[in-house]
Design a protein around this ligand. Structure first.
Ligand code: FMN
Length: 356
């Protein structure tokens, strides 16, 4: 009989096999991560866009709020900047900048690469778990993590990537289905320019049959039925992002939260318009008009860097049509805000009921 007490629980020292996804960009406050961990899941700080000092502070705060394990999520890979088509992209962005009363953009940009510094903070703070997106950490980084006794989870979107992550030392692999909100974790966009888009139902059993390490199902899960189904498909746990955006503790703009509640699941799309990397979010005017302009976005991270000021201004001016509203296909299942601990409790009660 399937049980909610899985090998992932013993691996990570958690009560329930529920990972709150690390979501870069401010959603995953220390309060959110700590509440999830305290409730028996694994809370995660999405650190990729944070300054190292802010991450250090967040880790300290979590440790004040809970003694339970938690994770820090970082991007393993960052391609070099490519601003060769900057002028063309700025032309397509001009109407949005004008609408938001932004001054003329700078002539040059540089994307910050904080990966090494963020990992240093994780090592220095001996965080219990590090999770990664977009690829694998290198051998030296992995060795340092292992020496500290830190558990490593890598996200993958194909069986091949899952195997690569396992070989590179991941203690567990997150299988990200096409339903998932946020960036596609696909390692090589050369082979899959729009990100590999295998549905979770097909991805999890293949991943579970092939890998030695526990598989965590991610994408479209927002209730206990999704957890029970994932366990039935061979997963040892689930990772949930979009649902936790609706937690009281989530650090997102109120209009973003409102958009998640209003989305009915048909209105999320995978787009490169905001960041240059395929990511699933709620379709809005920015996506429609940028795509209609016929201008190809710059590759990640350059497009993300160039649209940053615009997205921030949209947030400040309360214009959700120009914000990046990352969310997955489960958005249609969300009806009301709740405390993160209550979300975890509900999920596990529902899962136990389904599992009988
Ligand atoms: C707002 C948002 C931001 C995200 N940022 C990250 C991130 O920084 N790192 C990461 O590994 N995954 C990120 N993800 C993807 C999650 O890890 C996970 O795959 C996804 O949320 C699962 O699907 P769901 O949203 O349907 O629950 C993000 C997801 C969302 C919704």
């Amino acid at each position: 009989m399937l049980k909610t007490d899985t090998e992932l629980c013993s691996l990570l020292g958690i009560r329930y096999p529920i990972v709150q996804a690390g979501m870069a960009g401010g959603a995953t406050t220390p309060e959110l991560a700590a509440a999830v961990s305290q409730a028996g899941g694994l809370g995660t700080i999405g650190a990729a866009y944070m300054e190292p000092e802010a991450l250090r502070e967040a880790v300290r705060k979590i440790r004040i709020l809970t003694h339970e394990p938690f994770a820090v999520n970082v991007f393993a890979v960052q391609p070099p900047d490519d601003f060769s088509r900057l002028e063309e992209v700025q032309r397509a962005l001009k109407p949005f900048r004008e609408e938001l009363n932004l001054p003329a953009p700078p002539d040059t940009y540089e994307s910050p690469d904080r990966r090494e510094a963020l990992l240093e903070v994780c090592l220095e703070q001996s965080v219990p778990v590090i999770s990664t997106a977009f690829g694998c950490l290198d051998r030296q980084q992995t060795r340092k993590i292992k020496e500290k006794g830190i558990k490593l989870i890598a996200m993958a979107t194909t069986v091949e990537e899952g195997l690569e992550a396992q070989e590179a030392g991941a203690d567990a692999v997150t299988a990200q289905g096409a339903e998932a909100g946020g960036h596609r974790g696909t390692f090589s966009l050369d082979r899959h320019p729009d990100g590999a888009l295998i549905g979770l139902m097909s991805l999890v059993p293949q991943m579970a049959d092939t890998l030695r390490v526990p598989v965590i199902a991610a994408g479209g899960i927002a209730d206990g039925r999704g957890i029970a189904a994932s366990l039935a498909l061979g997963a040892a746990g689930v990772q949930i992002g979009t649902l936790f955006l609706t937690a009281k503790e989530a650090g997102i703009h109120p209009l973003y939260k409102k958009a998640v509640f209003e989305a009915d699941g048909t209105d999320t799309v995978v787009t490169k318009s905001f960041s240059g990397r395929p990511a699933r979010g709620i379709r809005n005017r920015f996506i429609n008009e940028f795509e209609k302009s016929g201008t190809a976005p710059l590759p990640f991270p350059s497009q993300n860097t160039v649209t940053k000021e615009l997205r921030a201004a949209a947030g400040k001016q309360g214009e959700p049509e120009l914000m990046s509203l990352w969310a997955g296909q489960s958005a249609g299942m969300m009806t009301e805000e709740a405390e993160a601990a209550a979300i975890v409790r509900r999920l596990i009660e529902e899962a136990k009921k389904v599992l009988g």
